[in-house]
Ligand binder design. Structure first.
Ligand code: AMP
Length: 434
């Protein structure tokens, strides 16, 4: 056996239904807020993330699946979506085609992290991005949308956390304040943090090493160093969030592990998730589009971990039970049975059938295991009379139904199903038990 690569996982039948349900909710919510779907490649130039995500971030320094391809180009599996979304925004001049550029994407990301519950090396994200709007009203709308998404998934124990990390104007002063505040405690920090203090002090807030925590907790707050414009932006954002009745907490440690954020940062934490409890995170990145070679446009967005959303969701309905399982008895019944299966499927019913000439008992056992609502039996007698025995599994009731009436019997539809598949698929087919 060749097992899956560490940190990757299969999503199997039984589990996939929760994913499909989550993806459906995601699409509905995105549509309600005006976001259109895009899909970008999972492989990009390494440079895109070095420049976009940031050279000093853990992602770029330690976690990328980067390599040289056969043409000698440095490429990487994407560790996050935002730089790709920005690239696509610039490359296709999306603002010329969409009234407001609001886009979302669903797909796998790759980070060479230490796997644990809720943390994988291949994981899936929903990524939501909006370009060209600097107004704090959008910050509030994006946070409210993220909270609405979590609520729509039935997750009722989530907590919204917001902060502001300032802008290129005021952040340097905050960085200096951090270094000053560290003073002679810098030597007590872990190796990573000492490096961070030298190149990008803000990144110290990302540290998870226990011995660093008391030192990090005592550091100054970014919100105390905001310039006037950033302060009023933050006040406008939090003010509107209150008006929108979004419950939130301001966390001074929330700087997020990526370099491009400016002003608003936020996360939503899930109560039941354990150590890896961030369901989603994001913020504003007003300088990033220009930094990646585009026009000077504002940007804001968030990424949600699909594995974590699916884990935090309450149990939904299970997989759809097949409408019918067809039991064919004897060789002569095989073709008519397959034809019946085809007709049921054309009428949008889920129909299963057994393969190979197996005994009635073996076929009934399989039908039971599938949870089918009806078993349709085609034997010698039925064939001779042009009929089918329809067994309603819940009640055990058996009825002999004319072959031509079986589909209508199962759909409960008084209107004959037109023979043409295209026409049939346009008809709403109500489903009732026989
Ligand atoms: P980030 O792109 O680091 O801001 O992460 C955004 C969201 O993606 C997080 O809040 C998590 O829900 C999810 N996430 C990030 N890294 C992983 C991972 N290694 N495994 C699973 N989910 C992750």
């Amino acid at each position: 056996m060749i097992p899956a690569i560490r940190g990757t996982h299969d999503i199997l039948p039984g589990e996939i239904e929760r994913w499909q349900q989550a993806e459906q909710v995601v699409r509905d919510v995105c549509e309600r807020y005006g976001y259109r779907e895009i899909r970008t490649p999972v492989i990009e130039r390494e440079e895109l993330f070095a420049k976009g995500t940031g050279e000093t971030t853990d992602i770029v320094q330690k976690e990328m699946y980067a390599f040289e391809d056969k043409g000698g180009e440095r490429v990487t599996l994407r560790p996050e979506a935002t730089p790709s979304m920005v690239r696509a925004f610039v490359e296709h001049a999306l603002e010329q085609h969409l009234p407001t550029v609001k886009i979302f994407s669903l797909g796998p990301m790759f980070r060479y992290e230490r796997p644990q519950k809720g943390r994988y090396r291949q994981f899936h994200q929903l990524d939501v991005e909006a370009f060209g709007v600097a107004d704090a009203a959008l910050d509030a709308e994006v946070v409210e949308m993220a909270a609405a998404l979590v609520a729509a998934l039935g997750i009722d124990d989530a907590e919204v956390v917001v902060n502001s990390v300032g802008c290129a104007e005021c952040r340097p002063a905050f960085g200096r304040a951090l270094v000053t505040a560290l003073g002679d405690r810098e030597v007590d920090l872990c190796v990573d943090c000492r490096r961070r203090a030298a190149v990008n002090p803000l990144r110290i807030f990302d540290c998870k090493v226990p011995s660093c925590q008391p030192i990090v907790d005592a550091l100054p707050h970014a919100t105390d160093y905001l310039c006037d414009a950033c302060r009023s932006h933050f006040e406008a954002t939090t003010g509107l969030l209150e008006a929108l009745e979004v419950a939130f907490r301001v966390s001074h440690r929330l700087v997020r592990g990526l370099d491009y954020y400016s002003r608003t940062t936020f996360e939503i934490l899930g109560g039941r998730l354990g150590a890896q409890n961030a369901l989603l995170g994001g913020g504003r990145y007003d300088g990033l589009v220009r930094q990646l070679g585009g026009p000077d446009r504002a940007g804001i967005g968030f990424a949600a971990g699909m594995e974590r959303l699916v884990l935090a969701m309450p149990d939904g309905p299970g997989p759809r039970a097949p409408d019918a399982f067809i039991v064919a008895l004897g060789h002569a019944a095989r073709e008519p049975a397959h034809l019946l299966a085809r007709d049921l499927r054309r009428a949008e019913l889920a129909a299963l059938i057994d393969y190979g000439d197996r005994s009635m008992k073996a076929q009934m056992r399989r039908a039971n295991r599938t949870g089918a609502r009806h078993v349709l039996i085609l034997g010698e007698d039925e064939l001779a009379h042009g009929s089918v025995t329809v067994k309603h599994m819940a009640s055990g009731a058996e009825t002999l139904v004319r072959r031509d009436d079986v589909v209508r019997r199962l759909t409960g539809d008084p209107v004959p199903i037109p023979p043409e598949p295209a026409a049939a698929s346009r008809l709403p087919v109500p489903k009732t038990a026989v």
